[in-house]
Design a protein around this ligand. Structure first.
Ligand code: S3P
Length: 202
């Protein structure tokens, strides 16, 4: 049974540092939940008609943050899975919006793991041409309290691959949905996690 949208408004938002898997896990999650995947960076790029490095070059980081806030305001709460940009928590206005929204999921990985993934990626202006680990350490010091403030759930990925991470997020969402609506939203895949024994009684 597919839960009526008016009853079940489970539109997850993924947050976390660059490289933590927000887009890739978000895509899998959107398929499971039968929702559209919305990558906030792509939304900004499409709207601006410029790449992220071009936006940073022409308008600076603050210019990018303005677009990011505008984008978040436009899409938050619509029936999509949102993969946000790592810096979305930098603006207080955004944190207020995220705190008022649920479920927000922080994908947390070790900084070494993230640095290996993003080192040398020219599409990320904050780390391009710099030592990714050093930058990530600085960002983590500032952002971890903010991620923590906005998140309803923290997934400590550790050595979890994408499939295991997806599974853990879905387990959390089942619980969230049950607690918040008393219902369960049907997933799209044949191996629906929502029919796992743990939740049959729920
Ligand atoms: C940023 C992260 C990027 C992108 C921009 C700024 C950040 O998104 O929004 O380069 O401040 O951490 P990803 O987290 O998807 O890489």
């Amino acid at each position: 049974m597919m839960i009526d949208e008016a009853v079940c408004q489970m539109y997850p938002v993924l947050i976390g540092l660059m490289g933590c898997g927000k887009s890739s896990i978000g895509r899998l999650l959107s398929q499971e939940l039968g929702l559209t995947m919305l990558d906030l960076d792509h939304y900004i790029v499409d709207k601006a008609g410029k790449t992220i490095p071009e936006i940073f070059d022409e308008h600076g980081e603050e210019g990018f943050r303005d677009l990011e806030t505008e984008a978040l305001r436009e899409v938050l709460g619509t029936p999509v899975v949102i993969a946000s940009g790592g810096g979305v928590v930098m603006r207080e206005e955004n944190r207020i919006m995220l705190e008022a929204h649920a479920p927000v999921i922080w994908l947390k990985s070790s900084l070494h793991f993230l640095a290996n993934r993003i080192q040398g990626d020219d599409n990320r202006p904050l780390t391009a041409g710099r030592d990714a680990l050093t930058v990530l350490q600085q960002l983590a010091d500032i952002r971890y309290p903010y991620y923590s403030q906005c998140a309803d759930y923290i997934l400590h990925r550790g050595k979890m691959n994408k499939a295991a991470s997806l599974h853990a997020v879905l387990e959390y969402l089942k619980q969230w949905q049950y607690e918040n609506t008393g219902s369960q939203q049907q997933t799209q895949s044949s191996h629906s996690l929502l029919s796992s024994p743990k939740f049959e009684d729920a």
